[in-house]
Design a protein around this ligand. Sequence first.
Ligand code: HEC
Length: 239
Amino acid sequence: MSSIFYDLLAGLGFTHPFHPVLVHVPAGMSIGAVCFAFLALATGNRVYRVTAYQATVLAFIFALLAIPVGILDWQRFYGGAGIFEIRMKLVLASLYVFLLVTALGWGRWHLDSMAMPTLYVLSLFTVMGLGFFGGELVYRGFSPDAPEQYDTGRRIFESNCSGCHRRGENVIVSTMPLRNAPQLSDFNDFVTYIREPRMPDGSPGIMPRFTLEKLSDKEARQLYDYLYFAFLTPNRPLH
Ligand code: HEC
């Protein structure tokens, strides 16, 4: 059954997980509900309470779509494996639906009660938790684990490089991966390169320059040590 769904998407040229496409609606609506609930409190205008409630209706409808599709994606792309982040997402998703249903049920008769903004805020925190674990799931693998001494370097990699060089690849010029790149064998070559990146023919490419203001020499050293460990194959620990 689910493979028909994915085959159909693939036929349209879409081979990625579908859950991320749907999650923005409940997330956005929960943000909206909190904003309008506070606007109602600030202005005393009841119409904003109604808007907050309506936003929650839409959050609920899209949560009912996003959750089953998330479970299908989990089966399809992660083989249904019991990954910590996914378990957390299942717990939070159940809590989210519970909070939305409570808000919708309670709000029918008690739209003006203070329980409503409270429920909206709790729903928003839950949806932020769902987003956080989704992000962990997608981005964490971008930077290989390394011993503690490389923590700072790894963080520098994650905030400056891993978007384009996830897992040591190169998402823009795939023939120039970071893994085993010639610049990694010597620190001075490395610093010279990241201060003024070049294509093999010497022309400037797409990679941004990492000037001293962006990355001090000390940070470059910490980054280098991490990259040397993580992406220069002979240095990887043998299992
Ligand atoms: C916006 C995307 C982007 C970011 C961010 C980025 N790079 Fe690059 N990187 C590239 C591209 C594209 C190339 C190919 C050469 C070029 O365009 O200048 C490259 C090439 C390289 C190379 C040479 C690889 C080879 O095989 O010759 C190294 C080393 C490198 N990057 C390191 C880094 C480091 C370290 C960081 C973070 C401090 C970083 N890059 C951040 C896109 C990026």
